[in-house]
Design a protein around this ligand. Structure first.
Ligand code: NAD
Length: 405
């Protein structure tokens, strides 16, 4: 994923006539904070990389994972700069992480580690400086601890210092649903741009978790003519020529049941690999990175691929499939609904307001439809695929803002 990001940044920058020195300067972050945090018993390596703030405060999640490294955090921070710019959001790019397996800690140690992370960074973050959010293995509870610690030290009670808070603690309605809902908004707008939005079509989805489930519900509303015919979780897949109902699958998953145990007369069981190669018009990837790769790219039969997970199509597979005419809707656009809702949460905190869910999701939709319009028109002008167009759009918006770099 990291190599892919750098390749796309370099391709887009070269298209814009940037020199190698310009590209190198862009890839270098503004600030890299590397420190240790303690859970009261043990110390861990921790990072916050602030890549670029020309368009607004640094913005990006904090992940807790044993394999977190500085180079990974740096690449993810760079991607956030591009994603926020491509989606037209007034945020820069940042990312943080702690090299810890949180599953090995009890709540008290997790809370202490989280509060220490804020204590170490307090001089470098804040509502107008850097606004962290949840990421892999961090959630609203972790962010609530962070906000509380930040408020204790600084006295700032706006709650705008972090996003992804629980709703009772200044979080936004609609934040949980926004990534999946936004993905359906993006797909609907892309199909419109390509003249396919009125056609009867089919789709398959890999990953029926938070993002996948919300995507399915919104898709049913927006694109009822695009029928869900296959779905997979980590246990395996289901396929039905008659169509699968989003509500049935969501209810089934809510009971913590696995698709491999699903029983219905109209449904057959398939493997995850078969799902990726189903004869459908749209393949939606909402589980993991790298699932379409050199081993299976030749068997993909979809016309559109929606990247809801981060980096589900490898660089090699992307170039192969694009060459064959497959339209890959890139992750930085397809899953930008989450960070768009974060922007709206931050705006609500700053204005001391609380908006209803439908207001938030309508605003997310508007941002994303505008972003798709801009990216597709940049793609047409430069005669490049949507992924390259999304990176180009981001870099062009960043170029417009004079920075002190
Ligand atoms: P989740 O844990 O709620 O759901 C993941 C789903 O993927 C589950 O249904 C799981 O069974 C399935 N899965 C796991 N391994 C699989 C496999 N090998 N084959 C098929 N299915 C498999 O996660 P989520 O929050 O829905 O996120 C999904 C993806 O979207 C992740 O890659 C995440 O990084 C990315 N993402 C999420 C957000 C967000 O706001 N949650 C934002 C941007 C990107």
């Amino acid at each position: 994923m990291l190599k892919t990001a750098q390749t796309f940044i370099t391709r887009a920058a070269k298209e814009l006539g940037w020199s190698d020195a310009d590209i190198e300067a862009f890839l270098k972050p503004d600030h890299e904070h590397e420190f240790e945090v303690s859970d009261g018993e043990k110390a861990y390596k921790a990072y916050r990389v602030q890549h670029d703030n020309r368009r607004g405060p640094y913005k990006g999640g904090v992940r807790y994972h044993a394999e977190v490294s500085k180079s990974e955090v740096q690449a993810l921070a760079t991607l956030m700069t591009i994603k926020n710019a491509a989606a037209g959001l007034g945020f820069g790019g940042g990312k943080g992480g702690v090299a810890v397996n949180p599953k090995e800690l009890d709540d008290a140690r997790l809370e202490e580690l989280t509060r220490d992370y804020v204590r170490q960074l307090v001089d470098y973050i804040g509502p107008d400086v850097d606004v962290p959010a949840p990421d892999v293995n961090t959630n609203a509870q972790v962010i609530d601890w962070m906000v509380d610690e930040y408020e204790k030290i600084t006295g700032d009670s706006s709650k705008a210092s972090f996003t992804g808070k629980s709703v009772g603690q200044g979080g936004s309605e609609g934040r949980e649903a926004a990534t999946g809902y936004g993905g359906a908004d993006v797909l609907s707008e892309v199909l419109k741009q390509y003249g396919d939005d009125k056609k009867d079509m089919t789709y398959a989805i890999q990953g029926v978790g938070n993002v996948g489930t919300n995507f399915m519900f919104r898709e049913e509303e927006l694109l009822p003519q695009v029928l869900l015919v296959a779905a997979a979780d980590s246990s395996g897949g289901l396929s039905s020529g008659f169509g699968l109902a989003a509500s049935d699958l969501a209810d089934y998953r809510k009971q913590h049941k696995k698709f491999r145990d699903y029983q219905s007369d109209d449904t057959i069981h398939i493997t995850n690999e078969q799902l990726l190669c189903e004869e459908v018009d749209v393949l939606v990837l909402a589980a993991l990175g790298g699932v379409i790769n050199k081993d299976n790219m030749e068997h993909v039969r979809a016309k559109y691929i929606l990247e809801l997970a981060n980096g589900p199509v490898t660089l090699e597979a992307h170039d192969y499939l694009t060459e064959k005419g497959v339209i890959i809707i890139p992750d930085i656009l397809a899953n930008a609904g989450g960070v768009t809702a974060s922007l709206l949460e931050w705006q609500q905190n700053k204005a001391d307001e609380h908006w209803e869910e439908d207001v938030v999701l309508e605003k997310v939709e508007q941002y994303l439809r505008n972003a798709v319009d801009e990216v597709t028109s940049v793609g047409e002008r430069h005669k490049v695929c949507l992924k390259e167009a999304a990176f180009l759009t981001g870099l062009m918006r960043l170029e417009k803002v004079k920075g002190d770099r």
